[in-house]
Design a protein around this ligand. Structure first.
Ligand code: GUN
Ligand code: ZN
Length: 454
C-alpha cells in the first residue's frame, strides 16, 4: 500500500492479444465498470472497479464516469519541426519538401524557435491524447535538444533524432557524413536513456543522404543497436524512380539502406507503400517496422498502404500522423483515415484493430511495448480517457450503440481533441489543467495568430 496510489474509474479497454491474429473482439478486454491503479508512475493493477476499490481502500479515486480509459496514443512517425507548415496546399512529395518543409526546417538553427515549436507541438499532442511520438528533428543538433527538453519537462517518453541530409537539400540544411555521425553520436550519448528519452538514428531518406552518409549512420547504429533507426521508404512512385536513377547499382529502394547496415530489428520505415516482393520479404525477415501514415498518404497523394495485407504477411506495423505531411495531429483522425484506406483496399479494419495499431502496435514498432502502448501491469502510466459522446453528432450516434465497438467507432471516425477527457503521463495528470503547461506554451502562438503580440 502506498499513500500516492491513484485509482482511475471508468470503462477500461485493453488488449490481451493482437486483434489481427484472432477475432478482434476476442483480443480485447473491456471492463464496463473498470479501474486502473497507478502507483509511482506505473500501472500497478487493472480490473473491475468494485474489486480494486476493495483491495486499495486508501487510493485516491479519480472517477471518469462513462469515460473510456485506454493507453495513451502512440504516434510512430512525425516531424515536429513541420508543425507550423501542416496543411500546406497543392504539392506532391518532392515539391512539397522544397516549397514548404525545407524553408521551415531552416528556421530551426535558432534554438528559441526550436524550443517554442517543440513545446507547442508536445502540448498539441497531449491535447489530442497522444502521449508518445517518434519524431524526426532537423539537421540542427539544437532541434533535438529542444524536443527532448520539452518532453522531459512534461515527463513524456519521446523518440527523436537529428535528421541527417548531405545532398539534394538547400544550403544551410546539409551536413556531411562525418558531422552527421559525430553530431548524432553526441546527441545519442547526451539523451538516450536520460529519463524516458530514446534516441533514434535518423537519415531522412536515400535521396538526401549520400552512400557515405548512410554508411556512417549504419556504423553508428551498429555501435548502438539498442536505439531505433527511423527513415522513409517508398512513399511516392516519383521518389522510388528517383532512387532507382540515383542508385542503379542497388536492387531496389530498401537495398540502399540494407547495403549500409540500416535494416534490422528496430528499423522504422515511414510509408513503405510501393514495395517489391523482395523488399516485403526482407522487411519481414529482419523484423523491421512499416509505419502507416494514412492522412499523409492521402494528403500528399502518395498511395494506399494495405494494412490487412501487411499484417497477414507478418509485418510489424505502426500507425502515425506524419505531421506535417499528415493533415492532423490526432490519432483519432489517423485511425479514421486508416479505416477509409482499408475500405478502398477491400478490408474494413475493426475498431479493435484500429485502437490496437494506435497504441500497442505503434509501441511494438518502436520496440517500447514493455513501457508504453498498453495497460499492462508494470508499464508506465501513460493513460488517455476518451469521452465517447464529445459532440452532438457523436452523441446522437453513440446513443444507438449496443456494443463497446459501436460505442467507440463514432469517436474514431468523427472525434477530435474534444473527445480527450483526461491525459496522464507517467501517472501525472497533465490534462485537463486550466493554467498548466498547455496554456502557457501555446500562448505565444495563439497571441500571434490573434494579432495580440504587438
Ligand atoms: N520523405 C523525406 N522527407 C519527408 C518528410 O519530411 N515528410 C514525408 N512525408 N516524406 C518525406
Ligand atoms: Zn515522414
Amino acid at each position: 500500500m502506498s499513500d500516492t496510489d491513484i485509482l482511475l474509474l471508468g470503462q477500461v479497454l485493453d488488449f490481451a492479444a493482437n486483434p489481427f491474429d484472432c477475432p478482434p473482439e476476442d483480443a480485447a478486454r473491456h471492463e464496463r465498470r473498470g479501474a486502473v491503479l497507478i502507483r509511482d508512475g506505473k500501472i500497478a493493477a487493472v480490473g473491475a472497479a468494485e474489486s480494486l476499490r476493495a483491495e486499495y481502500p486508501r487510493a485516491r479515486i479519480e472517477d471518469h464516469g462513462e469515460g473510456l480509459i485506454l493507453p495513451g496514443f502512440v504516434d510512430a512517425h512525425a516531424h515536429y519541426p513541420q508543425t507550423a507548415v501542416i496543411a500546406s496546399w497543392g504539392k506532391r512529395l518532392i515539391d512539397w519538401l522544397n516549397s514548404y518543409v525545407f524553408p521551415e526546417e531552416a528556421r530551426f538553427g535558432d534554438p528559441a524557435h526550436a524550443q517554442e515549436i517543440a513545446e507547442s507541438y508536445l502540448d498539441l499532442l497531449l491535447a489530442h491524447g497522444t502521449t508518445s511520438v517518434a519524431s524526426f528533428c532537423t539537421i540542427h543538433p539544437g532541434s533535438v535538444d529542444a524536443i527532448f527538453a520539452a518532453a522531459e519537462a512534461r515527463g513524456m517518453a519521446v523518440v527523436a533524432g537529428k535528421t541527417c541530409m548531405d545532398r539534394n537539400a538547400p544550403e544551410g540544411l546539409r551536413d556531411t557524413p562525418q558531422s552527421a555521425y559525430d553530431d548524432s553520436k553526441a546527441l545519442l550519448e547526451r539523451w538516450h536513456g536520460r529519463g524516458r528519452a530514446v534516441y533514434a538514428v535518423t537519415p531522412r531518406f536515400s535521396p538526401t543522404s549520400t552512400p557515405e552518409q548512410l554508411a556512417a549512420l549504419g556504423a553508428l547504429w551498429a555501435e548502438h543497436p539498442e536505439c531505433p533507426m527511423q527513415t522513409h521508404l517508398s512513399e511516392q512512385t516519383d521518389e522510388v524512380a528517383w532512387v532507382a536513377d540515383l542508385h542503379p547499382e542497388h536492387r531496389d529502394y530498401l537495398d540502399t539502406y540494407e547495403a549500409h547496415g540500416l535494416l534490422g530489428p528496430g528499423a522504422m520505415f515511414g510509408h513503405a507503400i510501393w514495395l517489391t516482393e523482395r523488399e516485403r520479404a526482407q522487411l519481414r525477415e529482419h523484423s523491421a517496422a512499416l509505419i502507416h501514415c494514412p492522412t499523409s498518404n492521402t494528403f500528399i497523394g502518395s498511395g494506399l498502404f494495405d494494412t490487412a495485407r501487411a499484417m497477414a504477411e507478418g509485418q510489424t506495423v505502426g500507425l502515425a500522423t506524419d505531421t506535417g505531411g499528415g493533415s492532423s495531429f490526432s490519432m483519432l483522425h489517423t485511425m479514421a483515415s486508416a479505416y477509409e484506406i482499408g475500405q478502398l483496399s477491400g478490408t474494413a479494419l475493426h475498431p479493435a484493430q484500429l485502437l490496437w495499431l494506435a497504441t500497442e502496435g505503434s509501441a511494438r514498432a518502436m520496440r517500447m511495448q514493455d513501457r508504453i502502448g498498453t495497460l499492462g501491469v508494470g508499464s508506465d502510466a501513460d493513460i488517455l480517457v476518451l469521452d465517447l459522446a464529445s459532440t452532438p453528432a457523436i452523441l446522437q450516434r453513440h446513443a444507438r450503440a449496443e456494443t463497446i465497438w459501436e460505442a467507440v467507432f463514432p469517436t474514431i471516425m468523427m472525434g477530435d481533441d474534444r473527445a480527450v477527457q483526461a491525459v496522464y503521463v507517467a501517472g501525472r495528470r497533465l490534462l485537463p489543467r486550466p493554467e498548466g503547461l498547455h496554456s502557457r506554451s501555446m500562448a505565444p502562438i495563439l497571441a500571434r495568430s490573434l494579432g495580440l503580440d504587438g
